[in-house]
Design a protein around this ligand. Structure first.
Ligand SMILES: *Cc1c(COP(=O)(O)O)cnc(C)c1O
Length: 233
């Protein structure tokens, strides 16, 4: 193996152990939590190594980079998760390669995503991104929890989109466990209304344990696997 492959293998092992320990601590089965490795800013050669190491799901947050990498790695059979802020004029193009779009936070995205899925001839899984910011906070991305029901209805009405659950990012400046506890409540209400939408994508390199403790089914881990991202973005 190359030095990079050794490094990624060791990091992946550490992250998988962290997930296993967090599941044990939460009294959950390890099989309940899937790992999405966030490969943004890292080259397709790394994606290829990760696929060799058994990674099945990768996440990207910028359309152009994601589109190019997905094309370069089309032979690997990976599931591509789009996790970034989404412009409505790019949404159809994202649905042409993403298997899961995790960052759907407004109704305006639904039509273009559905068109993109139609064009591809393939269903696309959708997660609604919910904001965990306290009311009145300077808004980061994500739908207000109060708007989820209407947004979910739009996704369900649209063709070729499958509503699978929720995604969230813990806000800066708050204990992630507190934010994820709020998310667990929002999710409980959401699953009551949408019993098939049980996916909960939450937790990153720094807070995956807290997320697993609050019911995450998918963690999105970048730097703990790939190393620090370049400072210039
Ligand atoms: C970059 C990113 C991640 C991964 O973050 P790390 O801290 O590197 O693990 C997870 N989720 C989203 C939405 C991201 O943009």
């Amino acid at each position: 193996m190359s030095a990079r492959a050794d490094e990624l293998a060791a990091n992946l092992d550490t992250v998988r152990r962290r997930i296993a320990t967090a599941c044990a601590d939460a009294g959950r089965d390890e099989g309940e939590v899937s790992l999405v490795v966030v490969t943004k800013f890292f080259p397709a050669t790394d994606v290829r190594i990760l696929a060799d190491l058994g990674v099945t799901d990768v996440g990207e947050n910028r359309h152009q980079e994601a589109e190019a990498k997905a094309a370069e790695c089309a032979d690997l059979g990976l599931r591509w998760h789009f996790i970034g802020g989404l412009q409505s004029n790019k949404a159809a193009a994202v649905a042409a390669y993403a298997d899961v779009v995790e960052s759907v936070d407004r109704a305006k995205l639904v039509g273009p995503l559905s068109r993109g899925a139609h064009g591809r001839g393939h269903d696309v899984d959708v997660l609604l991104q919910v904001s965990l910011d306290p009311p009145g906070a300077d808004h980061r991305s994500g739908a207000d929890p109060a708007d989820l029901a209407a947004l979910a209805a739009r996704v369900e009405e649209a063709g070729m989109l499958r509503l699978r659950g929720l995604m969230a990012v813990a806000p800066l400046g708050e204990d992630p466990a507190t934010a994820f506890a709020r998310l667990a409540e929002v999710r409980a209400g959401f699953v009551d209304d949408h019993p098939d939408a049980t996916v909960l994508s939450a937790g990153m390199s720094g807070d995956l344990e807290a997320a697993i403790g609050c019911g995450a089914t998918h963690v999105r881990v970048g730097s703990a696997v790939l190393g620090a991202r370049p400072a210039v973005q």
